[in-house]
Design a protein. Structure first.
Length: 203
């Protein structure tokens, strides 16, 4: 069963947005329908946010061949915990947090696979990480993003690519706002320095 097929009714759990909520009315109504077990609403939510999740996961380093599985896992978590969502933050902020967690899982999986490959002396697969059909500009950006550590990459992508505020990023990253700005400072510097080297330095 794909995640786009809802797991069924959530019994009598009711979505209760907190005061001062930042959800827009149409989105709030859609989420309320999802929590009530409306299958059409689940599918609408999935169709609406699948491209958002997929694009963000790519920016966090998940490869194209792994995007579909990664997004499916993100939505499995979203569907599981949606009844607890109270609306005191934007749904997209929460979705980004789920994506960040999933991207870490994917990277850990790669690390484990590489270790096992070396242990058993198997031939390692190519790790160029980029399709030769991609444009040079995209390759250079991907190369520079790959050079960042996990925390730096997350804040840079959220701030520069997604246009989120420091407070929103702090909620996604689970850290103080001051930490966000510190990571962003170092991320920008390292990103710029690495970008100037070009993709050739990777070979």
């Amino acid at each position: 069963m794909k995640v786009s097929d809802p797991p069924g009714s959530n019994d009598s759990v009711i979505l209760a947005p907190a005061s001062g909520m930042s959800l827009a009315a149409p989105e709030e109504a859609l989420l309320a329908r999802c929590v009530s077990g409306d299958q059409a609403a689940w599918r609408d939510l999935y169709r609406c946010y699948y491209p958002v999740a997929g694009a963000f996961l790519r920016k966090l380093g998940v490869k194209d061949a792994e995007i579909d599985d990664a997004v499916q896992e993100v939505f499995a978590q979203l569907f599981r915990y949606l009844p607890r969502f109270r609306g005191d933050a934007q749904l997209k902020t929460w979705l980004y947090k789920l994506c960040a967690t999933q991207a870490r899982r994917v990277r850990r999986g790669h690390a484990i696979s590489n270790v096992l490959s070396r242990w058993f002396s198997t031939e390692e697969q190519s790790t160029t990480g980029l399709d030769l059909s991609e444009g040079a500009a995209r390759k250079r950006v991907q190369f520079a993003l790959d050079a960042l550590n996990e925390g730096e990459r997350l804040v840079l992508v959220l701030y520069e690519f997604e246009g989120m505020s420091g407070e929103e990023i702090a909620r996604v990253a689970g850290c103080p706002v001051a930490t966000v700005w510190r990571r962003l400072h170092y991320a920008r510097r390292r990103f710029t320095e690495t970008l100037s080297l070009g993709v050739e330095a990777k070979s």
